[in-house]
Design a protein around this ligand. Structure first.
Ligand SMILES: Cc1ncc(COP(=O)(O)O)c(C=O)c1O
Length: 413
C-alpha cells in the first residue's frame, strides 16, 4: 500500500545552499535577504510594498492595527476560515461579525454579509447592535479568489476597508470576465493583502508571512510595528550605511522575519508558478478521475480564476454513502492516505459560540457543508503512484459504502 502524506514541502538544493550561505554570512536576522525577498515578492504579486513578517497572523494583526481598528468596532469575516482571521480582530478588542459561505467554493457569501449588516442594525445578531462595522476580511479559500470587484463595491457602499487573508492565494489571480486582464492577488486588490509561508503553504519558509500594500505610509507603519515600533531595524542600524540610533515610536510587536527564512523564501518564490502548475495538474487528474463518482462533489474550474490549488477540497454528497465524513476519514487513514478538514467553522468553536452567542442557525450553509467536507493531498512533487493511491482509495471507499437506488427506495419497516 502506498502511504501518501497530506503535504510534503518541495525544498530543493537552491534553498539548502542559500540557507547555508546565510548561516556562513553571519547575518541571521532581518537583513539583506529579507529585503530582497520583499522586493521580489512585491514584484511577483504586483504590489508596491511588501513587509516580511514571521506569519500571516502577524501580517493581518499589523494590517488591522495600522487601519486603526478599535474596541466598539466590528469586522465582517467568513465563519469558514482558520482561527487567525478572526483572532487578529480580537487582539484589538474589536468584534468579528461572522458571515456564511458559498456551499461550493466555501468563500464568503456577500449576500449574507448584506444580511448580517442589516441584522446588526436591527439588533438581530447575537453581537452588540451598537458596534460600528469598519472592515471586511475576505479569505480566498483553497486559493480560489473571491470576486474582488464585488467585495470592493460592497466595501465602498458600506464604507469599509478591505484586508485580504491570502494565506492560500499565492500565486492566484482573477478577472471579472474574459475581456478584462488578469489581476493578481495583491495587485491593488485590498488595502493590505496578507500571505502565509507556513510549513504546508504554497510557498514555505517554515513559518513566515508577508503584508503587501500600495500605500507607502501603511507599509512604513507596519514595518515599524513589526519590530517593537522602532524607527530603524537592525539592518538599518548595523548595516554598512546604518546609524546605531533609533526611537521607539509605538508599543510594537516582535514580528520580523529572519534572513534564514527569507533564504528559503527567495527560491520558493522563484519556483512559485511552476509549483502552482504542478498542483493544477494534480487537481486536473483528480477532477478527471472523480468526474463520474456521484458520491463526491468536486471543486469546479472557473475560467476567470487562476487557482493556486493550495487545497483540493471535496464534499461527500448528502445521502449517497452509508458512512459519515469522519468514518470516511478514518478509512482513508487506515489506507495511509493523508487528509485534512478545512475547517470546523468559527461559530462551532467554544470561544466564538460562548463569548458571542453564535449558533448554527446564524450560519446555516457552513454549519451543514463542513460536516461533508475533506481535503485530499495536493503538493508539488507528488508522484503518479501517490496520485493513483489517493484516487483508488476514494473510489474504493465510495464503492464499498455506496447507497444503491434500491436501498434508498426500500421502505422503512
Ligand atoms: C485562511 C488562513 N488564514 C491565516 C492562516 C495563518 O497563517 P500563519 O500560520 O502563517 O499565521 C492560515 C493558516 O493555516 C489560514 O489557513
Amino acid at each position: 500500500m502506498t502511504a501518501v502524506p497530506f503535504f510534503r514541502p518541495d525544498l530543493q538544493q537552491a534553498e539548502i545552499d542559500e540557507v547555508v550561505a546565510t548561516l556562513r554570512s553571519g547575518w541571521l536576522t532581518t537583513g539583506p535577504r529579507c529585503r530582497q525577498f520583499e522586493e521580489n515578492f512585491a514584484a511577483a504579486v504586483g504590489g508596491k510594498h511588501a513587509v516580511a513578517v514571521n506569519s500571516c497572523t502577524a501580517a493581518m494583526h499589523l494590517a488591522v492595527a495600522v487601519l486603526d481598528l478599535r474596541p466598539g468596532q466590528a469586522v465582517l469575516l467568513p465563519t469558514m476560515t482558520f482561527a487567525a482571521t478572526a483572532e487578529v480582530v480580537r487582539y484589538l478588542g474589536a468584534v468579528p461579525i461572522l458571515v456564511d459561505c458559498d456551499p461550493e467554493t466555501f468563500n464568503l457569501d456577500l449576500d449574507d454579509a448584506e444580511r448580517k449588516l442589516a441584522d446588526l442594525r436591527r439588533g438581530r445578531l447575537p453581537v452588540d447592535g451598537d458596534l460600528e462595522p469598519v472592515g471586511i476580511i475576505p479569505v480566498h479559500v483553497a486559493g480560489r479568489m473571491v470576486d474582488m470587484a464585488a467585495v470592493q463595491d460592497f466595501a465602498r457602499r458600506h464604507r469599509l476597508w478591505v484586508v485580504e487573508d491570502a494565506a492560500h492565494a499565492f500565486p492566484a489571480a482573477w478577472r471579472p470576465d474574459a475581456a478584462t486582464p488578469w489581476q493578481r492577488c495583491g495587485e491593488g486588490t485590498a488595502a493590505v493583502t496578507c500571505y502565509s509561508f507556513y510549513a504546508n503553504k504554497t510557498l514555505t519558509t517554515g513559518e513566515g508571512g508577508m503584508a503587501v500594500t500600495d500605500d507607502e505610509a501603511l507599509a512604513a507603519h507596519m514595518r515599524s510595528l513589526s519590530l517593537h515600533g522602532l524607527s530603524n531595524d537592525a539592518w538599518g542600524r548595523y548595516g554598512a550605511k546604518g546609524s546605531w540610533d533609533y526611537r521607539i515610536l509605538a508599543a510594537g510587536f516582535k514580528y520580523n522575519l529572519t534572513d534564514i527564512a527569507a533564504a528559503i523564501g527567495l527560491h520558493q518564490l522563484a519556483r512559485g508558478e511552476s509549483m502552482r502548475r504542478q498542483r493544477q495538474s494534480i487537481a486536473e487528474a483528480y477532477l478527471e478521475a472523480f468526474e463520474d463518482l456521484s458520491e463526491i462533489e468536486l471543486p469546479s474550474l472557473h475560467a476567470d480564476r487562476l487557482h493556486s490549488w493550495h487545497l483540493f477540497q471535496i464534499r461527500l454528497r448528502r445521502g449517497a454513502l452509508d458512512i459519515d465524513r469522519d468514518t470516511f476519514l478514518r478509512t482513508l487513514r487506515q489506507r495511509q492516505i493523508g487528509f485534512s478538514v478545512h475547517w470546523r467553522p468559527l461559530h462551532l468553536h467554544p470561544y466564538y459560540s460562548d463569548t458571542f452567542g453564535w449558533r448554527p442557525e446564524h450560519l446555516p450553509v457552513a454549519s451543514e457543508v463542513w460536516e461533508r467536507s475533506l481535503s485530499l493531498p495536493i503538493f508539488p512533487g507528488m508522484t503518479q503512484e501517490e496520485i493513483t493511491a489517493v484516487v483508488d482509495a476514494v473510489h474504493q471507499i465510495s464503492a464499498e459504502h455506496r447507497i444503491t437506488t434500491e436501498q434508498r427506495l426500500r421502505p422503512v419497516s
